[in-house]
Design a protein around this ligand. Sequence first.
Ligand code: ATP
Ligand code: MG
Length: 440
Amino acid sequence: MRLSRYFMPILKENPKEAEIVSHRLMLRAGMIRQQSQGIYSWLPLGKRVLDKVNAIIRDEQNRAGAIELSMPTLQSAELWQESGRYDAYGKEMLRIKDRQDRPMLYGPTNEEMVTDIFRSSVKSYKDLPLNLYHIQLKFRDEIRPRFGTMRSREFMMKDAYSFDLTREAAEHSYNKMFAAYLRTFDRLGLRAIPMRADTGPIGGKLSHEFIILADTGESEVFCHKDFVDFDIPGEHTDFDNVEALRAIFDKWTSLYAATSEMHDEAAFNAVPEGDRLSARGIEVGHIFYFGTKYSEPMGAKVQGPDGKEHFVHMGSYGIGPTRLVPAIIEASHDDNGIIWPASVAPFDIVVINMKAGDQACDDTCELIYAALSKAGKDVLYDDTDDRAGTKFATADLIGVPVQIIAGPRAVANGEVEVKDRKTGARETMTIEAAINRFVA
Ligand code: ATP
Ligand code: MG
């Protein structure tokens, strides 16, 4: 991508409305724009990051055996009347009427709709287990939307829903998502700790919130500090192995970890004082097992091996991609801007032409840009005629992991500089060596 032809509206000044660093940096880097309170456009740079986050979430959902579909944002109130949640949900639900005066709503979550899909076609235990997910916009009319896309009214959610014949089978489905979440957050460059959680309006029996420790987090959390170094389940984890997944769950729930709603002071005080971590955290994922809470009122049942009908046991599993992007920034930035983990960076490399219009600089940059693009790298080429200082500041702000800098003096020697955004380390090398480093 040539910056001269891209759309990346950088802000020079610090936006006054931004209270936390991720919100400030997302606005300054031109990633998002607020359209009305708590409702955001994702501008091209932000969209690239969001897409990469979603690709990792999708990859791990698929690995764990979940199946992707897409459900609409607008739902009919009827389904919610069946479950009893239409009245229970309260003011967070945006209620709308269509031209025939039929009550509709903008979905805050999808338990009812997915249960309706399930009951319309699944009739036998032989079709279980089943886990269906989508990545879709939600709307919750939050009383206090704030911190940019961290807590917005319209936001994106990956929500998965599992269906099983028995409680035991449903627990295995829960453990699959538990392990998939550990892997997902790890690939996003984050350490998320599963904590015992309140089941809230979704209702249920077993529930964990996945929390990232951050000073700006809205939740108060308490846990054993060893969680910070626990091993993440590997790429070759067998998601069909009931015992292996239970062992992962047992290990990751063996020490104290709870949000303030579930906090047990006495149990926490039993943890040796030096191992206690009491901190603030950001909830990035939340999983529930809620048994037959929806399947009973909505009549979602299958025939079991005994020939009888059974209400299915369900769970639901949410991750917030539009909250994860600022959460990653909270965890990874410095005074100059964002430092993206390579896995979600909007571009892999930025090529900085310090003197656009200078033949040698132009030729060198074009050569590098073409070679790296051909090798499948996402490259941003700063070919604008801004001052070099402005270009360096922009490159640092947008946090691309590698900068290749071509200035007239180095280029005259057949060389460029390669800068690592995270460490700030700079190395001078031949043009060929710079290309080979990232093509190999
Ligand atoms: P919170 O306690 O932060 O209000 P919640 O418990 O109501 O969230 P869930 O119903 O568990 O949220 O939703 C699953 C995930 O969706 C959350 O873990 C979070 O990542 C994301 N999410 C929920 N509400 C918002 C929001 N207003 N803005 C952005 N992301 C959200
Ligand atoms: Mg929650």
